[in-house]
Design a binder for this molecule. Structure first.
Ligand SMILES: Nc1ncnc2c1ncn2[C@@H]1O[C@H](COP(=O)(O)OP(=O)(O)OP(=O)(O)O)[C@@H](O)[C@H]1O
Length: 673
């Protein structure tokens, strides 16, 4: 299943005028719900761009409507064992926090409090329906990523260390925050108290564009654990309120806000690079370039992902809006594997005589091998993870390629699914499927054990199944006992305290690595933008080059030549500094990730020289790069003149229009991050 991307247009705020509205919702066919956003071309007002989404919500959409349409349907999936991720994306001041958190009044409550209310309600119902034999526990963790550092929002700010909490990759491929607190939450009242307190710990500040601007990405993780005598099922819903990208010429940000802004913009820039890379099918996705993308792991995370694109309808947001429309319309092509977390069975049957009916299902065993989500207490499953580390996989297809699901990469197709399968995990019913999937009539791409191509028909006799089950159970029990032995050895009284001391040393080492990585990162980020800018310039994409230079500026504050170069580019593009191209015209096909690739290797000598005023520009980079002790040789000649064309993507019609870069960029371009 691909990431579901929906757009929400916020209403006008005080002092905003109807006449300035340029974003409008539309439907793909008359009489159908809105799924298209239309926005004029910045170059030619008579021309309109269309961007198609899974759903579009207009200014009048209430918090309740958004929740019942986009979030509530996934509650059922959550309790079936799927992980769910919901995140709000958009420019500063477009309504992300309003959407996710909302106001205090009942009608204004956003996605998060409604989600929790739904979780508690459903949990209670399950306990009631099973007459108490299944209990549901809810626990929360809540943290922010501020200036690329992770801070626990459930801890008071005075407990924060300057370097924040480290990230750790788990054997199953997930990235987790080490040392994050997790609080049990009994009911909605309990949650609200915790949530309000935690939000007071979040960094917000007033900017010119938003009186209560979030200066951090906030991630709430709600873990739902269902327990009965036989099994433990765990699943997580993550609700993420991203900080908004911002144009610092419009924010009037001072020094502190500028540093925050650079961190926000950088992480969103990396997010757009990841989206680009995934939608192109690149092997390397630059998740590691920022903490936010590591945690979000878009396209790597299993389960269900919903991206809510928040939009302001106004002309003053024109380029930023185009930018986020471009990024998010590509995000909807990202394929995520929708697989259930495996159930952890508390006991395996002791014997498997032919009249034993309750055989452990083949599916959970297969899932245990893939170990997507392993309950802490299950040693056997943990050991299995270590043995067979799952392959991180994601699948990508373009909208057009939907008809050919065979293109989708899914490692799970390697597992043949027997015709007979006994599972305690209910398979989602048709009612569970998303409306978009039902409408389209397109077969939903794979769950873990669901082959994409036609299922091979395997005839398996009852005794064969029994033998298979017995073999698998034997393997798992052997692994479990091996793992238990290891743990016993580690806990042996002959070596008191070794585990703890070792743990402390490992954590200290990890913190050191993290802080060194961070130092390196901040040094290299500026250089990376510079090089990206240079590559855009070489391709004749001045608007993107300008954007990258602007992103580089906070890393080289007051650098006169860099400022001069930005000014020259602005003049050349006819962009005023007031509304400069904080967003940069870039086609969905043109990705800054390409910079990523080249950035790491110094370019060959023949790539770095240009005549006229461009030579000055080359000097700036070289000077700055020299400062950072990285030498890049001047380019002698330019072998291939680059076509100065920009592709503008019309997602609804799936067409691209080529525009002259200079001409188009002169009216300011689209797509930054
Ligand atoms: N759907 C809506 N209905 C009413 N008011 C809204 C809506 N969306 C946003 N607003 C208002 O718009 C303003 C900006 O919204 P909000 O703070 O949620 O933006 P944001 O995208 O989270 O910004 P930032 O990225 O700076 O944190 C707030 O005053 C908020 O109440």
């Amino acid at each position: 299943m691909s990431v579901r991307v929906v757009a929400r247009i916020r209403p006008l705020l005080e002092k905003e005028l109807d006449k300035d509205i340029i974003v409008r919702p539309d439907s793909a066919e008359p009489g159908k719900p809105n799924t298209v956003i239309k926005i004029p071309s910045p170059k030619n007002g008579a021309e309109e761009f269309s961007f198609a989404f899974n759903a579009v919500y207009d200014q009048s959409t209430s918090q309740e409507t958004l929740f019942t349409s986009e979030v509530q349907p996934h509650l059922k999936s959550l309790f079936q064992g799927y992980d769910v991720t919901i995140f709000a994306y958009g420019v500063t001041g477009t309504g992300k926090t309003h959407t996710m958190r909302g106001g205090l009044k009942l009608a204004d409550r956003g996605v998060i409090p409604r989600l929790l209310s739904g979780v508690f309600r459903r949990g209670k119902k399950i306990t009631k329906d099973t007459e108490g034999s299944t209990t549901v526990k809810v626990s929360l963790s809540y943290y922010e990523i501020y200036n690329d550092k992770v801070f626990d929002l459930l801890e008071s700010p005075d407990k924060r260390t300057p370097s924040g909490l480290p990230l750790r990759a788990e054997a199953n491929g997930r990235t987790v925050v080490a040392g994050l607190s997790e609080r049990a939450c009994e009911d909605l009242r309990d949650f609200e108290k915790m949530y309000i307190e935690a939000n007071n710990n979040r960094v917000t500040a007033s900017t010119k564009l938003n009186a209560h601007s979030s200066r951090s990405h906030a991630i709430l993780r709600v873990k739902v654990t269902q327990m009965s005598e036989e099994m433990i099922k765990e699943s997580t819903v993550s609700a993420i309120d991203l900080a908004g990208s911002e144009d610092n010429r419009r924010t009037d940000n001072g020094k502190e806000r500028l540093v925050e802004s650079a961190a926000i913009n950088k992480s969103l820039f990396v997010l757009s690079q990841c989206i680009d890379a995934i939608s192109r099918g690149d092997k390397r996705i630059p998740y590691r370039e920022s903490k936010m993308t590591r945690i979000l792991s878009l396209g790597q995370n299993n389960g269900i992902t919903v991206m809510i694109l928040n939009l302001a309808p106004l002309r003053s947001y024109h380029l930023d809006t185009l930018s986020s429309l471009n990024v998010s319309s590509r995000a909807k092509r990202i394929e995520v594997r929708e697989i259930e977390n495996e159930v952890v069975f508390k006991q395996f049957p002791r014997s498997f005589s032919s009249n034993t009916v309750q055989r452990q299902p083949l599916r959970p065993l297969a899932n245990a091998l893939s170990a997507h989500n392993v309950h802490n207490g299950n040693v056997a499953a943990k050991a299995t993870v270590d043995v067979a580390r799952p392959i991180k996989s994601f699948s990508v297809y373009t909208d057009k390629a939907r008809q050919s699901p065979a293109k989708t990469m899914n490692m799970s197709t390697a597992l043949p699914r027997p015709v007979v399968s006994v599972s305690l995990v209910p398979r989602p019913s048709a009612a569970h499927k998303r409306p978009s999937d039902q409408d389209s009539g397109i077969a939903r791409p794979s769950k873990m054990a669901r082959p994409m191509t036609e299922e091979p028909s395997i005839t398996v006799t009852a005794s064969q199944i029994e033998a298979m089950v017995e073999k698998k159970v034997g393997e798992i029990l052997a692994l479990r006992s091996a793992a238990e032995n290891i743990i016993q050895q580690e806990q042996s009284p002959a070596q008191p305290g070794i585990g703890e001391a070792m743990q402390r040393r490992l954590e200290a080492l990890e913190r050191r690595i993290e802080s060194e990585e961070r130092r390196e990162d901040s040094k290299s980020d500026g250089l990376r933008y510079l090089l990206a800018a240079r590559q855009h310039k070489e391709k004749g994409d001045d608007a993107s080059a300008l954007r990258a230079y602007e992103l580089a500026l906070p890393y080289f504050p007051g650098q006169a030549k860099l400022i001069g170069k930005i000014q020259r580019l602005r003049n050349r593009l006819g962009v005023s500094s007031e509304h400069s191209s904080s967003s940069v015209m870039r086609s969905p096909m043109k990705s800054p990730l390409r910079h990523e690739r080249r950035i790491r290797r110094p370019r060959p000598t023949s790539h770095f020289e240009r005549a006229g005023s461009d030579q000055d520009d080359a000097d700036v980079e070289e000077e700055l790069l020299d400062d950072q002790t990285i030498r890049i040789q001047p380019r002698k000649s330019r072998s291939k003149p680059m076509a100065r064309l920009l592709q503008v993507y019309d997602d609804a019609n799936e067409t691209t229009t080529a525009l002259g870069a200079r001409g188009f960029a002169a009216s300011r371009g689209l797509v930054g991050y």
